[in-house]
Design a protein. Structure first.
Length: 321
């Protein structure tokens, strides 16, 4: 009996061990399979997320592009919050675009009064965008020229007395729009004792909000005249080159680089850019033929036909002495 019990006990133990080994083997296989399933699920999840991200990315990109399409309009609508209360217009489009002649249907007594006051159609100017485009009349070779990277900065000085606000601001806008930002140090507006009310608070408020830190206003306490007013602007300038202009001009692309290049070559040079015409009644931009500028004995400025040796070179981009 004792032997039979031992045999039975050994068989039982062997069976339990065998079953345990089988169960342990099954458990290990299940664990391995579970890990594989987890990896498969994770991989599938990553792929799904990646696809979702790509779809989301494409959707975001389309959304961004759509928003960018409207960005210019949105920006100018916000900026016009400054211009509109003053009856002025910013941004692309509208009257006078491309330097084309513009007219108003509602010619009124006010228009005639402004003609007499300013010497040009100020009422029309108020309806033309401060950012209007004008034709690029540069000779072909000028458009192909390259310039040094280390050009000096320029301070642009405008002198005015009782100019129309829209004309002054269009001059400012055209400088900012067509001068590389790293070359434009500042714009200085010298008010030679204007008595026009809108050239006080309205002008100050507009330039301080629209171009903070870029535009300075110098106000003379009495009428100094053109030359002394320019000297006041020169005193306020902080860049190595100073440009003096009337406050009823519009700058074009590529205006500053050739002038600064010539001055960089010789700091004693005084440079005068080519000047086209803005018609006083329609604000049409008219191209003038290349000419030098000089003075007659009465000190009236006059256009001078370029010298024959300049004409013989056949290079319209060359400077005229």
């Amino acid at each position: 009996m004792a032997v039979a019990r031992k045999i039975k006990t050994l068989l039982t133990v062997n069976i339990l061990v065998f079953v345990g080994i089988i169960l342990f083997s099954v458990y290990c296989r299940i664990q391995d399979r579970s890990q594989e399933l987890v990896q498969i699920v994770r991989s599938a999840d990553r792929r799904a997320r990646s696809r979702g991200a790509k779809v989301g990315s494409l959707a975001d990109r389309e959304s961004i592009l759509q928003r960018l399409d409207h960005l210019e309009e949105v920006v100018y609508n916000q900026l016009n919050g400054l211009a509109k209360p003053m009856g002025l217009v910013e941004g692309p489009g509208g009257l006078g675009q491309g330097g084309m002649a513009a007219t108003l249907r509602d010619d009124s007594h006010e228009s005639e009064t402004k003609y007499e006051e300013y010497g040009y159609n100020a009422q029309l100017s108020d309806r033309i965008s401060l950012d209007r485009s004008i034709p690029d009349y540069r000779p072909k070779k000028c458009k192909q020229m390259t310039y040094p990277d280390d050009l000096p900065q320029i301070s642009v000085v405008f002198i005015f007395v009782n100019e129309a606000l829209s004309v002054i601001l269009r001059s400012v806008h055209s400088v900012v729009n067509h001068t590389p930002s790293h070359l434009l140090k500042e714009i200085i507006l010298v008010d030679d004792n204007s008595d026009n009310v809108e050239l006080k608070f309205n002008l100050d408020q507009y330039v301080n909000k629209r171009y903070p830190g870029l535009v300075k206003i110098v106000r003379n306490s009495k009428r100094e005249g053109l030359i002394r007013a320019r000297i006041q602007g020169w005193k306020a300038a902080t860049s190595p080159v100073v440009g003096f202009f009337d406050a009823h001009v519009e700058f074009n692309i590529g205006w500053v680089e050739p002038a600064l290049t010539r001055i960089k070559e010789d700091r004693k040079r005084i440079i005068l850019p080519a000047i086209d015409n803005i018609k006083y009644n329609t604000f049409e931009v008219q191209q003038y033929a290349n000419a030098a500028h000089g003075y007659n004995w009465g000190l009236w400025c006059m256009y001078i036909i370029p010298p024959q040796d300049w004409l013989d070179k056949g290079d319209e981009s060359a400077p005229i002495r």
